[in-house]
Design a protein around this ligand. Structure first.
Ligand SMILES: CC(=O)SCCNC(=O)CCNC(=O)[C@H](O)C(C)(C)COP(=O)(O)OP(=O)(O)OC[C@H]1O[C@@H](n2cnc3c(N)ncnc32)[C@H](O)[C@@H]1OP(=O)(O)O
Ligand SMILES: O=C([O-])CC(=O)C(=O)O
Length: 371
């Protein structure tokens, strides 16, 4: 038995949900380029869960289900109010909130197809309300009730800011949600599948996935990118900062990828949206800073931006607090996690690999008095 570090290149399952081939990302066979140009997040959610794009009636029915499930138990907000607001990270709150949501679901332990589908809808609908609600609670404000007339993307921005976003803002956010929805067997999706392959419930699967997404080598990188942009501050400091970090063997957040070696196709779309919204806001500072870092990273390391790099500028331009960037990622990725969990249940086998033991060989045990 030989271990492969970080399971690089190991094919751990079959899946019909998303594919990365020749640097093209598809969901159920549709390219993300087409999905962002011609569909909405709700259509993408339907696609991920059902394998086909919805008809108008199917889409209306999903939207209705999402709207009807968007209110969360008030106890969730109460427990947020009682949390140590001065230091708690929103991803830690989200991790606990999804777990708590399961406590209030009388069908949490039901494992039939209809119950699991209902749970997917419930979690997908609630997660936006939870993130937006916490963002307001920590500022001493009351959560805003979801508006069933708005799209999923517009409703989140509305619950967050108390203002209905314009079409450009909600359209860009909708595309960002599509781009982050699924990504083959990334670390958090793998975590979710390992969890539910024990036949644990969907709340457990998504809670564990949130824990995996939180780390800075995965979804947590988008917040770290913003932190780096703030630390650099001015375009003239880019060279010093990046060269110094590379010399000290530090990872530059938002660059590199386990699978893409010629660039992440999502990053290209996010870059063009980051440029467009910066132009619209009349503030190119973060975008230009980011472009300079991109150029330098390519020159010095041959590394290209991943999805977390330009999403930072986009989210900042949409007025989203920096520590909410990863929770926003989780809102979108819930659709992919749920699709993978449903797929795993559908043809389940326990996921239990082996470890190549490299500790001491069999040793003679001495009683405590003789050690
Ligand atoms: C949504 C997502 O999860 S996208 C990824 C988000 N994460 C980040 O942006 C964090 C920064 N990037 C990284 O840490 C990595 O590129 C990862 C985690 C994404 C991929 O990691 P791996 O496939 O394991 O590559 P690994 O970390 O082994 O890197 C390979 C080499 O490239 C270097 N490298 C990779 N990424 C970076 C980076 N961002 N900055 C500097 N050097 C890097 C490594 O130092 C290593 O160099 P070495 O061979 O000289 O030691
Ligand atoms: O696939 C990965 O390893 C990480 C990633 O880009 C994602 O989860 O979107």
């Amino acid at each position: 038995m030989t271990a492969t570090r970080g399971l690089e290149g190991v094919v751990a399952t079959t899946s019909a949900i998303s594919s990365i081939k020749d640097d093209v990302l598809t969901y159920r066979g549709y390219s993300i380029q087409d999905l962002t140009e011609q569909s909405t997040f709700e259509e993408t959610v339907y696609l991920l869960w059902n394998g086909e794009l919805p008809t108008a009636d199917q889409l209306a029915s999903l939207k209705k289900d999402l709207a009807e499930n968007a209110n969360v138990p008030e106890q969730l907000f109460d427990s947020m109010r009682n949390s140590p607001l001065e230091h708690v990270h929103p991803m830690a709150v989200l991790r606990s909130a999804i777990s708590t949501l399961g406590i209030y679901d009388p069908d949490a332990e039901q494992m039939d197809k209809a119950s699991n589908r209902a749970k997917a809808i419930r979690i997908q609908a609630s997660i936006a309300t939870i993130v937006a609600g916490f963002a307001r609670i920590r500022k001493g404000l009351d959560p805003i009730a979801p508006n069933p007339k708005l799209t999923f993307a517009a409703n989140f921005l509305y619950m967050l800011n108390g203002r209905i976003p314009n079409n450009l803002e909600s359209g860009m956010f909708d595309k960002a949600l599509i781009l982050h929805a699924d990504h083959e067997l990334n670390a958090s999706t793998f975590t979710a599948r390992v969890c539910v392959a024990t036949l644990s419930d969907m709340y457990s699967g998504i809670t564990s996935a949130i824990g995996a997404l939180k780390g800075p080598l995965h979804g947590g990188a988008n917040e770290q990118v913003m932190r780096m942009l703030e630390e650099i501050g001015s375009i003239e400091w880019v060279d010093d900062y990046i060269l110094n970090a590379l010399e000290n063997k530090k990872k530059i957040m938002g660059f590199g990828h386990r699978v893409y070696k010629n660039g992440d196709p999502r990053a290209r779309i996010l870059k063009s949206m980051a440029r467009a919204i910066s132009e619209m806001n009349g503030d190119m500072h973060l975008f230009e800073l980011s472009q300079k870092i991109e150029k330098l990273m390519k020159e010095k390391k041959g590394l290209l931006p991943n999805t977390d790099f330009y999403s930072a500028t986009l989210y900042d331009s949409l007025g989203i607090d920096h520590d909410l960037f990863t929770p926003v990622f989780a809102i979108s990725r819930t659709s992919g996690w749920a699709a993978h969990i449903l797929e795993q249940y559908n043809d389940n086998r326990l996921i239990r690999p082996r470890a190549e033991y490299n500790g001491p060989r069999l040793r003679r045990l001495l009683p405590v008095q003789q050690r």
